[in-house]
Design a protein around this ligand. Structure first.
Ligand SMILES: *Cc1c(COP(=O)(O)O)cnc(C)c1O
Length: 384
């Protein structure tokens, strides 16, 4: 067929078509450093790739000046609807002017992490586990970020010597059995740097498990390379805590990333944040949770959104999460049904929330309501 087209017509027509396609659709690098290099970070770049609403444009201008910066990988951008501002992926990464609005209950540090810092970059809120904030960088800055007070502030990965006081604290507290490496996103760091951090934690004999809290499988799935899993698996047992919020994020690439992790022996757990207008719907969450289970990812927590300053437009009332869980109970296997959690303001710890299935308590009897709505009485064993 090509032989029928004269070389002169190719020269005249093709370059113009190619040039047009390039301006409307940014190419998406296949490698992760390329993705980070070509991420959207400014209002101008954002306005070129999406039809911004006035609320988004104003919000993006504000984010560029103050508050949480903008970062969107070309990959994550490709999941955003160019024309529809209600797109559930777009709403997670494109700022709106509502971020300037403070509502009652809003806090700069909703989980009281500053007050619970036991060493630099180390937060302790529970008897047996700690949270290590190893970097302030993420591949994508989520607009509902609980740590918007510190992420993307320019510090970058914390040098290993500056994590040493945290390591010494953990070593001096053998009751700590679990270290959650977070940030920022630990998988946004170079592999050798992360490798060294994990080796340092593993040198503390009282630490049993390490967790990596990362959104990279969702926002930068090409980061999960064979080289990465080979470097990390040396430090097993490592659990990967990831963060899918919407079924649109379950793409062939993100599923492949989860599969690679699962194949390398990492249990993969998912924490979904309940977000107004994005995923506060039983059918949307059912699709998400079923998709995760198919990808061998366990839906672990469904988190009530933290009252981070400037995120009131993304939060739901507590009753909404309870109603959704009630709709999903029985409809979904326990494997696919996460625990609904409110991480209490002030950093007092996570509290599980559950619809009330106890309808009456008697002397040695409890009457329960099943997922179909029947009342059934359980009789306790006789007391001696
Ligand atoms: C959420 C969190 C944990 C982990 O909680 P789990 O219920 O064990 O998953 C640990 N430390 C801090 C500071 C946290 O915020």
């Amino acid at each position: 067929m090509a032989a029928l087209v004269s070389p002169s017509s190719l020269v005249r027509i093709r370059p113009r078509r190619v040039a047009k396609a390039k301006t409307s659709k940014p190419r998406s690098p296949r490698d992760w450093p390329g993705q980070l290099r070509e991420s959207i970070r400014s209002v101008d770049q954002l306005a070129r790739v999406l039809d911004l609403t006035p609320e988004e444009l104003e919000g993006a201008r504000r984010a560029e000046r103050e508050g949480l910066p903008i970062a969107i990988t070309p990959y994550y951008l490709s999941l955003c609807d160019r024309h529809d501002a209600t797109c559930p992926v777009r709403r997670q990464c494109v700022p709106r002017i509502d971020e300037a609005h403070e509502v009652p209950g809003d806090l700069v540090d909703p989980l009281g992490e500053v007050d619970h810092e036991v060493a630099p970059h180390l937060v302790r809120r529970y008897p047996d586990r700690v949270l290590l904030l190893a970097t302030d960088r993420c591949a994508v800055y989520c607009r509902f970020c609980t740590r918007s007070r510190i992420v993307g502030d320019g510090g970058g990965p914390v040098p290993l010597d500056r994590l040493e006081p945290a390591m010494a604290w953990i070593a001096a507290h053998p009751e700590i059995r679990d270290v959650i490496v977070s940030g920022g996103d630990p998988l946004a760091m170079a592999t050798d740097r992360l490798d060294r951090i994990l080796a340092r934690i593993r040198a503390i004999p009282s630490v049993e498990t390490i967790r990596l809290a990362t959104r990279v499988p969702v926002t930068l799935p090409m980061r999960i390379t064979t080289e990465l899993v080979r470097a990390l698996r040396k430090h097993h047992p490592i659990w990967v805590m990831t963060h899918f919020n919407h079924p649109k994020e379950l793409t062939p690439a993100s599923i492949a990333a989860c599969t690679r992790l699962a194949d390398a022996g990492f249990p993969v757990m998912n924490q979904t944040v309940l977000l107004a207008g994005i995923n506060d719907d039983a059918n949307v969450l059912e699709t998400l949770f079923r998709g995760l289970v198919r990808a061998r990812v366990r839906p672990y927590y469904l988190l009530q959104a933290d009252p981070v300053r400037g995120t009131g437009h993304l939060r739901t009332p507590i009753a909404k999460g309870l109603a959704i869980v009630e709709q999903l109970q029985g409809r979904l296997t326990g494997i696919a049904l996460p625990k609904l959690i409110c991480d209490t303001p002030g950093g007092k710890g996570k509290v599980p929330l559950s619809p009330d299935y106890v309808v009456a308590r008697g002397e040695g009897t409890t009457t329960l309501r099943t997922f179909r709505g029947e009342a059934v009485t359980y009789v306790d064993p006789p007391r001696e």
